[in-house]
Design a protein around this ligand. Structure first.
Ligand code: SF4
Length: 318
């Protein structure tokens, strides 16, 4: 695999501040806590974890839709957290997002041709004929016929709408796409078509895809590498094959044990306790309140990340 670095996230922290109510002051949600991660050109990197673990916040921060508290996100060596408005406009041409819900992400009042034209008219100086040629190319690329360009979103199925959303993400020929739960709103019967389309785009066009999902079976089929998140931290990362055949972190083991298609032999690991609130993060290892292997030092000390291509953050591997 090509190992040229496209994105390098360094020690990223993201916080939200919300009001507690009439009596209370502000509360702080620690959404992302010291994430460092490399994303290589031409790979599908999955960021996985339970709802609320911070995976979607990372995606939004990479696109500068959320502000970071501290840290760096280097894209082709440039820290996109400090670029100015003009540079940000240019950056956004190269970074596109596919959202979870294709029913909500396409404007119901616009024809497909206008939905696909919009980003090109805003961001390029292409002529009318160049724009039309490009749109026809991209709609074919996602497996749809030119005739659909004159129709409206409601005339399509969920899977076809997600294909149109992917075509819209592709019209500016981005360097990478962030796909946030791209199939979870679709019927199971059509999920495979969209998953296969993403795989084909990566393989044929060397597209880099950052896949945000809680679905471990989608990751196993689609991703080259995976980063597992828990309470805003990456607790384990590596090649998908290594994570699925030899998971190290107790949280990863529990996640994988709960997927029947993957876990054919081992017993399901049921985690005790609730996911702690990101307002009140536990001291020490953040997983210690639910970890079946917890030791005394886990309650006060923070484990360091160890390993090279397969990394883990847990005292069991120090
Ligand atoms: Fe469990 Fe301790 Fe490892 Fe954390 S550091 S995952 S609590 S064993």
């Amino acid at each position: 695999m090509n190992q040229e670095n496209l994105i390098k996230i360094k020690n990223l922290f993201v916080e939200y501040h919300t009001n507690k109510g009439i009596l209370g002051g502000k509360k702080t949600i620690h959404a992302v806590n010291g994430v460092s991660l490399d994303i290589y050109k031409g790979e599908i990197l999955a960021i996985a974890g339970e709802s609320g673990c911070g995976k979607s916040t990372i995606a939004k921060t990479i696109l500068r839709l959320e502000p970071a508290k501290s840290g760096e996100i280097l894209v082709n060596g440039k820290n996109i957290l400090t670029i100015n408005k003009t540079e940000l406009k240019e950056f956004r041409k190269h970074a596109q997002m596919v959202f979870q819900n294709p029913y909500a992400s396409l404007n119901p009042k616009m024809k497909i041709i206008d939905i696909l034209k919009e980003p090109l008219e805003i961001n390029t100086n292409f002529s009318k004929s160049e724009i039309e040629k490009l749109i026809k190319e991209k709609i074919k690329l996602v497996g749809l016929d030119e005739s659909c360009l004159e129709l409206y979103p409601h005339e399509f199925s969920g899977g076809q709408r997600q294909r149109i959303a992917i075509a819209r993400a592709l019209v500016l020929s981005p360097e990478f796409i962030l796909a946030d739960e791209p199939v979870s709103a679709l019927d199971v019967s059509i999920q495979a078509q969209v998953i296969n389309l993403l795989k084909e785009l990566k393989e044929k066009y060397n597209l880099t895809i950052i896949l945000i999902t809680h679905d471990m079976s989608v990751i196993q089929y689609l991703a080259d590498r995976v980063a597992i998140m828990y309470l805003g931290e990456i607790v384990e990362s590596g090649y998908t094959k290594d994570i699925f055949t030899s998971p190290l972190h107790p949280y990863t083991k529990a996640l994988l044990s709960s997927v029947p298609q993957i876990n054919k032999s081992t017993k399901k690991i049921i985690l005790q306790g609730e996911l702690p609130s990101p307002e009140n993060l536990p001291k020490g290892c953040k997983f210690h309140t639910r970890c079946p292997r917890v030791m005394d030092k886990c309650k006060n000390c923070i484990p360091e990340e160890k390993g090279n291509s397969h990394k883990v953050k847990c005292f069991l591997y120090e």
